[in-house]
Design a protein around this ligand. Structure first.
Ligand code: PLP
Length: 359
């Protein structure tokens, strides 16, 4: 296939995902120079590094003072279990929005630890749309209501958040720091770091301080949000390397113009790609336009037999990791903050040329 694209390489991985060159340079330096990564975790240099990360995060998010920031391990998957164990009072149940693959994972894990009600499900639409707020069946007894703000595998995203009578809890693993947020609507936000906040190993939990409850009997101390908050997330050794990387990512985002700039860039990147898909006879995005993700653009080829060739050709042209989630198939282009507009333009050029030749 003739390709007029430049030879730049772009990595569309869903996570871990590419880092900006400046962040990669900061990591390289941290490995070469002696610094906080080789200090006891109680040392002043380590405490300062962690405090700087927290301050930069608070500034970017404009996080009100009554929210605590926890730097934990175990990924978002560990929080799937730890949310009900930390947030529910005896006798309370939790409400979950079933929006796609990651919500189903969160539900399956939470069900092992608590009574749980699915407040609305996208199953009726084949997970091609999100249930509207009016369809959410909430009751005042729920200890919290859980949503997955961006379904990384299904390509669906909540573009607004309701004010609820119970604490709203959100898995934002794939879209935290891609847009400004109405923080006061949330009781708790959590996110693994390896998409928009650096590398794997760190999981951020932002929790309103009135939701911190004394640990229930049997809960290991390191898994208690209240005990970690009281110990400034240093109940045991924090993931220093991932924290250092998060700091570099936050400074990079601030230099790009902060979350408003990230949101504008994300909107433009996704718009260009969806425009190419919707204008084509070969590519097809079944997700309802109003709920489409601006972060993970998922689509299919109408002629499925062409998919392996599409992915192989894309790779030869320097467009990497475009395969869909292993459980869902198709194509997925992840457009996290570090993906420049030029990467999307190159992908669009490639898709157009591929369709011309094979469509
Ligand atoms: C929305 C969402 N939640 C949770 C996870 C799981 O994160 P981890 O592997 O860090 O536990 C992912 C990973 O891709 C995700 O995209």
């Amino acid at each position: 296939m003739a390709c007029t694209c430049s030879e730049a390489i772009y990595n569309f991985a869903a996570g871990p995902s590419p880092l900006p060159a400046e962040v990669r340079a900061a990591l390289r330096e941290a490995l070469v120079e002696q610094g906080p990564l080789e200090q006891p975790f109680g040392a002043a240099a380590v405490r300062r590094m962690q405090e700087d990360v927290e301050q930069d995060l608070r500034a970017l998010l404009q996080l009100p003072a009554h929210y605590r920031v926890l730097f934990l391990q175990g990924g978002a998957s560990a929080q799937f279990a730890l949310l009900p164990l930390n947030l529910l009072a005896p006798g309370q149940s939790a409400g979950y929005l079933e929006s796609g693959h990651w919500a189903r994972k969160a539900i399956a894990e939470a069900r092992r630890h608590a009574a749980l009600k699915v407040i609305a499900s996208g199953a009726d639409s084949g997970f091609r749309a999100l249930p509207p707020f009016e369809a959410w069946q909430l009751d005042a007894n729920l200890g919290y209501c859980h949503v997955t703000s961006n379904e990384t595998g299904d390509g669906l995203q909540l573009h607004d958040f309701p004010e609820l009578p119970v604490p709203l809890v959100a898995d934002m693993s794939s879209d935290l720091l891609t847009r400004p947020l109405p923080l006061e609507r949330f009781g708790l936000i959590y996110a693994s770091a390896q998409k928009n906040l650096g590398i794997a190993g760190l999981c951020l939990v932002i929790v309103r301080d009135d939701l911190l409850r004394p640990p229930r009997p049997g809960l290991p101390s390191v898994f208690s949000y209240a005990l970690q908050a009281a110990a400034n997330s240093r109940l045991n050794t924090p993931p220093l390397h991932a924290l250092h990387c998060a700091g570099a990512m936050l400074r990079w985002i601030a230099r790009q113009g902060g979350l408003t700039a990230m949101a504008a860039l994300g909107l433009e990147k996704s718009r260009r790609l969806y425009r190419c898909i919707d204008g084509s006879d070969l590519y097809h995005c079944p997700q309802h336009t109003t709920d489409r993700s601006r972060v993970n653009v998922c689509f299919q080829l109408r002629e499925e037999r062409l998919l392996p060739l599409f992915l192989r050709s894309a790779e030869r042209h320097g467009l990497l990791n475009l395969h869909g989630h292993p459980a869902l198939g198709g194509v997925r282009a992840s457009l996290y903050n570090a993906m420049p507009l030029a990467g999307v333009d190159k992908l669009v050029d490639f898709m157009t040329a591929f369709e011309r030749q094979h469509g």
